[in-house]
Write a protein that binds this ligand. Structure first.
Ligand code: URA
Length: 392
């Protein structure tokens, strides 16, 4: 067990009350995969010097019991390590001043997979954002922050919310929140285990796969290219999915000695082209992200546009225009177990992912893995959004 916090801190005005209310250091269990943190310690916490041992802590214990979490394996923290005396409201300056303790705490836990902020002050602290955010917008809605790319943040209401003016509805919201958070946590553990993503890297597999592709009627497609400017773009790889957790990745062109050249011999390049020309002239339903762009690429590379199109991003926006509409954000929202998968490109792309030419420098093997998840998620989102749109 380790503790984080400095009893001599004078970084905010709360130090004045230190004599009466000593700080309550964050409590870290080195093996923890989950960190729970709230706003600030209460009187019981100050008395015992341990976070969440008072009424809010009891409420948490009940939630843990319901979902089978053992408190002994969890780490606990607060956005403020000092008690807030009566009539003193929490301020942006206090949260900001104390934030480094939270960051240090998260950084000190090597096995951490998930952080659960409780209430608005806790969310503001980790986001370092002090606008008027609303807990309901974050409730069970996973998010990430740049400082910790591999850790998922999923917020719940603060247990104190259920204690003042208690009601069945508030209890339900709080306990259901932990149930959902546990489901998300369990899904993080089975990440990638059951994916069936095929990389086509030899002639024999390619020939078989092209036959299989030519039979499909409804699928998601994604192209990885060298540029977002279509007239300059070269097609690097083709990704197709017609079943959840399944994807096929076919290399098309790659960079050799600084030049973009075909991946296959002329005959096989032609076979790929023919397959897609036939497929796209058939009565097929095709979805993708920014599919208008893929259609232009198809016209450029194969001479035919992509026919009937369903755009995942347009649908995401239609269903909820207030959310961030990009594949990373949607993945985090719907498939948190895969969130941050695009980080596998970070080693190879020094500038932005949208930078012209950037993808040409990603090794083909990595690009195929990345594109497979892209298209797999697009296929799964298509199914989800079609159902949601039909309900409108
Ligand atoms: N409320 C909090 O936010 N933290 C505690 O430690 C106790 C109550």
């Amino acid at each position: 067990m380790a503790r984080i916090g400095n009893e001599n801190c004078i970084d905010c005005s709360l130090y004045q009350y230190r004599e009466e209310y000593p700080i309550v250091k964050n409590l870290l269990i080195e093996s923890s995969e989950i960190l729970i943190y709230g706003m600030c310690p209460g009187k019981d916490e100050v008395k015992q010097g341990i976070p969440f041992v008072g009424a809010s802590g009891q409420k948490l214990n009940t939630a843990f019991l319901k979902i089978g979490w053992n408190r002994e394996y969890l780490s606990f923290a607060n956005a403020l390590l000092c008690f807030l005396p009566k009539n003193i409201n929490v301020t942006k300056e206090m949260i900001k001043a104390c934030r480094y303790n939270l960051i240090k705490t998260i950084r000190s836990l090597p096995n951490l997979k998930m952080v659960v902020p409780l209430g608005e002050a806790a969310i503001k602290s980790v986001l370092n954002k002090y606008t008027n955010l609303k807990i309901r917008d974050y409730y069970c809605n996973p998010f990430k922050i740049d400082e910790f790319k591999d850790i998922l943040f999923v917020a719940n209401y603060h247990p104190a919310y259920t204690l003042y003016n208690p009601s069945l509805e508030k209890d339900k919201l709080f306990f259901d929140g932990f149930k959902k958070i546990d489901e998300i946590f369990q899904s993080l553990k089975i990440v990638n285990k059951k994916l069936n993503h095929i990389k086509v890297l030899n002639e024999e597999t390619l020939t078989k796969i092209l036959v299989l592709i030519s039979k499909q009627k409804q699928f998601a497609i994604d192209f990885e290219t060298t540029s977002l400017i279509t007239w300059r773009a070269d097609l690097l790889s083709i990704h197709i999915s017609w079943e959840s957790k399944t994807a096929i990745s076919i290399p098309y062109k790659n960079k050799v000695n600084g030049r973009i050249v075909p991946f296959w011999n002329d005959f096989l390049m032609n076979e790929i082209k023919k397959t897609f020309i036939n497929l796209f002239s058939d009565d097929v339903i095709i979805s993708g992200q920014n599919i208008k762009y893929d259609s232009l690429i198809s016209r450029k590379e194969f001479g035919v546009p992509i026919p009937y199109k369903f755009d995942v991003m347009l649908s995401a926006f239609t269903l909820d225009s207030s959310r961030k509409v990009n594949l990373d954000a949607l993945t985090t929202q719907y498939f948190p177990e895969h969130s941050g998968y695009s980080n596998i490109l970070d080693k190879y792309i020094t500038k932005g992912k949208k930078e012209d030419g950037a993808f040409a420098d990603v090794p083909m093997d990595v690009l195929l893995e990345y594109g497979a998840l892209d298209v797999d998620i697009e296929f799964r989102l298509t199914n989800l959004f079609v159902k949601e749109l039909n309900r409108l």
